[in-house]
Design a protein around this ligand. Sequence first.
Ligand SMILES: NC(=O)c1ccc[n+]([C@@H]2O[C@H](COP(=O)([O-])OP(=O)(O)OC[C@H]3O[C@@H](n4cnc5c(N)ncnc54)[C@H](O)[C@@H]3O)[C@@H](O)[C@H]2O)c1
Length: 346
Amino acid sequence: MSGFGIIGTGVIAAMHAAAIETLPGARLAAVTDVTAEAAAAFAAARGCAAESSLDALLARPDVDVVCVCVPSGQHAEVGVRAARAGKHLVVEKPIDVTLASADRLIEAARTAGVTLTVISQHRFDLGLIELKRLLDEGALGRLVLAEASTKWYRTQGYYDSAAWRGTWAMDGGSLMNQGVHYVDLLRWCMGPVTEVTAVCATQAHDVEVEDTALAIVRFGSGAVGTILSSTAAFPGFPQRLEVTGTEGTVIIEDGRIVRRAFGVQAGTDPRADPGGGAVGAAADPAAIDVASHAAQIADLLAAIEEGREPAVDGRAGRDALEIVCAVYESARTGRTVSVSRGDDPP
Ligand SMILES: NC(=O)c1ccc[n+]([C@@H]2O[C@H](COP(=O)([O-])OP(=O)(O)OC[C@H]3O[C@@H](n4cnc5c(N)ncnc54)[C@H](O)[C@@H]3O)[C@@H](O)[C@H]2O)c1
């Protein structure tokens, strides 16, 4: 039985607690939050302990794994302390908001010999599992084109609900917070991105970050693609990933395959839609399905047990962040940005 601790008991922490509850080998032991009342209320509702500080939570011998659910710009700071205390790590997305912080966290986990997974729960949506299988089989032929689109809507009230939201230091904009999910899926399906040309704008919110980001990307494979992310797209639409190869196309919406057309009889593939997608957070940040978080946490536990890397490791989290940072740099400078690391090891 693995004991879990949750650090930060806000919106997404409830998803982690619910996911842990579904796993037979996992038990929520304790939570902590800088707001003691928030931690106490969260703990009381779930029958676990509330610790008054991060150090107290990390000192507990019955906590083997921590879920880092604090604002994005604090993921590395908190995660490094947890790694040094010997705790395995489930870190919410994005891994952090700068590559230097991401590197610090990855290195701390490596040095401490703990396992780190960065949440990208949509990799565990059934439509994505099926798409990845098709790509690994080469069913779409040589990849030529991909589109990742997050046209969501967030109110000004959402940004005003916590001081960290919509800030460069702690959050990043629509792409860093909301779009990063499908940026990771794009990178996972298409391979390394080598070049990014982008435009960002703040259209419909009073925030310092962008609420709309558009980018054209080149992949190392020679394929090209686009990324679109917005929190200004009223009333909010399903997240989409479209992957096109020389032999056909698969289109995902909110984790489900909605169109698959490939092979000699493109458009008439009789295989059924595997279904089982995620619930969409198009207009409501909390409207996500517990199954995919649970699957990712189960994969972490299996990785610890088997002494292997988890399906979404620190490097994968860094790769998605690197693309987001390149989009921001391109939009800021008006220039095409090379994603220099490509497929080199960290
Ligand atoms: N995977 C997903 O679909 C998903 C969805 C929502 C949020 N997230 C991610 O989860 C993270 C948290 O987002 P949220 O919406 O839950 O935020 P939130 O503001 O609702 O909750 C954050 C909590 O962390 C606490 N906190 C802040 N600093 C802390 C510290 N140093 N130690 C302990 N507690 C601290 C705050 O008091 C707050 O209760 C973000 O990184 C976000 O990107 C992921």
